[in-house]
Design a protein around this ligand. Structure first.
Ligand code: AMP
Length: 215
């Protein structure tokens, strides 16, 4: 399947994407994970992105498009992909349309995961993430804690609160979402690709996606 996952930070895009990869071998492509990996590795990309990310601002479109142009041409994308956290602005969406046309790739749909703001705020403040850049498993101190406190079940690395998940950065990220990313809902609606799912559980979102894909 070839999907875009839209939704505010904390809507569950990452969790849904990880579960969808199990269905047909499609790969999850999370620009946030790629950028955090680059920051941790201290690469040139990481150095350019770090300050924006820490403040809860978007990284410039040119950097993101550079990453995605390469990533979408890697062989593992042939089986399908789940775009998680990309596109995030109208210019990114327009450039993605051009890129996919150039590569002869057709999207199945853009899924807007619509979750109430109070749920989002609660999730983001209680979310914890594996600090290992190659893992980045997601936990929640209330609803899905690691078996051993502070240690990732999957790889044994420390599980931490992301630097951009302080209350201040979260509220800035949500403002940025409303201003820059929410307009993509209209963009994909016009393109005839939009499916909106109002659901707070990842299982319900996945069932809705499967029903739309007729699987
Ligand atoms: P995420 O893990 O998707 O919440 O992304 C974390 C941070 O990475 C965001 O707050 C942005 O600073 C940056 N980022 C991730 N994806 C994008 C994107 N498509 N465009 C611009 N910045 C991004």
């Amino acid at each position: 399947m070839k999907l875009i996952l839209l939704g505010a930070p904390g809507a569950g895009k990452g969790t849904v994407a990880k579960q969808l990869t199990q269905l047909d071998g499609s790969v999850q492509i999370s620009t946030g994970d790629i950028l955090r990996g680059a920051v941790q590795a201290g690469t040139e990309l990481g150095k350019q992105a770090e300050a924006y990310m820490k403040a809860g601002d978007l990284v410039p479109d040119e950097l993101i498009m550079g990453i995605m142009e390469k990533r979408l041409q890697e062989p593992d994308c042939a089986r399908g992909f789940l775009l998680d956290g990309f596109p995030r602005t109208i210019p990114q969406a327009e450039q993605l349309t051009e890129l996919l046309n150039k590569l002869g790739i057709k999207l199945d749909m853009a899924v807007n995961i619509d979750v109430p703001r109070d749920v989002i705020l609660d999730r983001l403040t209680t979310r914890r993430t594996c600090s290992n850049a190659a893992c980045q498993a997601i936990y929640n101190v209330k609803s899905n804690p690691p078996k051993q406190e502070g240690i990732c079940d999957k790889c044994g690395s420390p599980v931490v609160q992301r630097e951009d998940e302080t209350e201040e950065a979260i509220s800035h990220r949500l403002e940025t979402y409303n201003e820059k990313t929410a307009p993509l809902i209209g963009f994909y609606d016009k393109a005839g690709l939009l499916v909106t799912v109002n659901a707070t559980s990842s299982e319900a979102v996945i069932d809705a996606i499967k029903a739309k894909l007729n699987r």
